[in-house]
Design a binder for this molecule. Sequence first.
Ligand SMILES: *Cc1c(COP(=O)(O)O)cnc(C)c1O
Length: 379
Amino acid sequence: MIGDDFAELKLFITGPILLREEVRKAGLLPEFGHRDAENPKRFEPIMRNLKTIAGNPEGYSPVIFNGSGTNVLEASIRSLVADSDKVLNVSVGAFGDLYHKLAVVNGKNAVQLKFPYGQAISLEKLEEALKEHKPNVVTFTHNETSTGVINDVVAVCEMIRAHGAAPIIDAVSIFGGAPTFINECRPLMYCTSTQKSLGLPAGFGIGFVCEEALQKAESVANRGYTTDIIAQVGKAKINQTLTTPNGTLANQMCVQLDYIVNDETVAGRFKRHEDMRTIAHKWAETMDGYELFAQEGFRSPSLTTFKTPSHMSIDKLKEVKELMRGHGYLFDPGYGKINKELEEQGESPIFRVGHMADIQPEMVEEYLDVLGGVLKVFK
Ligand SMILES: *Cc1c(COP(=O)(O)O)cnc(C)c1O
């Protein structure tokens, strides 16, 4: 039968993620009409719980976009960067680069500030760039999934505002795993999606949009249709989506967000992510030749990156991946483009351990135990 050979792997990659049994079962709940009275039974609690997970930021509306995280990032560019604006895309890795690409391919006047892989945004360098370019809008990544760096969003936003610009934040891999600090940061938009720390399949992007952003969008030409935050917020305010949502995912999201808020609790979930980070860091100490890759003090609670010893290579990490598959796990051999660049510079590659969403601390311990055994084969 179709599906008989689909492997039941424990995903330790950085999205999509392992789904809880209850979330998988919620995929069997009834389909519904998105303009019918059945719709708010799902989307009213979804919107309420999204706000709770975000820390109830004053004056922000959650919007659910069809597509994935990238669709929301693109909507933020299309709706919030005017033709007369300059946008500064600050990048600490592949996803920061993606924001710059989205600005460029949408014809915006975009400049980029790049930091070396593994480094967080340096406030001094950011200030220099703000003084040099005088941007109107600045994009940056809360949690850089390609390098395992978490930026100090509050300090970065404060600096951006101090120079008269408005921040937009890509928080795709962190929402649901750590505080957003939206209230302190006051970004135009805070963008995320379902398939990372929230513990759901991919299919929706989520954006938190404020009044300032809606006013700004009024002055932006050619916002598109599905990328127009004004049209999107119009529907979101009545707990609907602009276009037909994935009903299966909406059912799963309704169940999962209720679990996060009312069962696990938001504080409990954030604490569990910190605990998993501690486990990953402790394991690194036991692994001869392996080092934590991300800058100290800026290490993500949703994933950890490891710098391998000089005898490791991209090809060997591919072998590790297959050996881990034999143990029932999907191993993450690092972000392809970054490892290629590292190898070209004569450096050993990095790999990632995703410890986000509903992975439990004891599962991370088990996984790292097996991984340690596999890595010791390579000398
Ligand atoms: C995964 C990810 C994206 C891309 O999101 P998609 O849902 O794959 O479109 C963007 N930014 C960050 C930080 C991510 O982790």
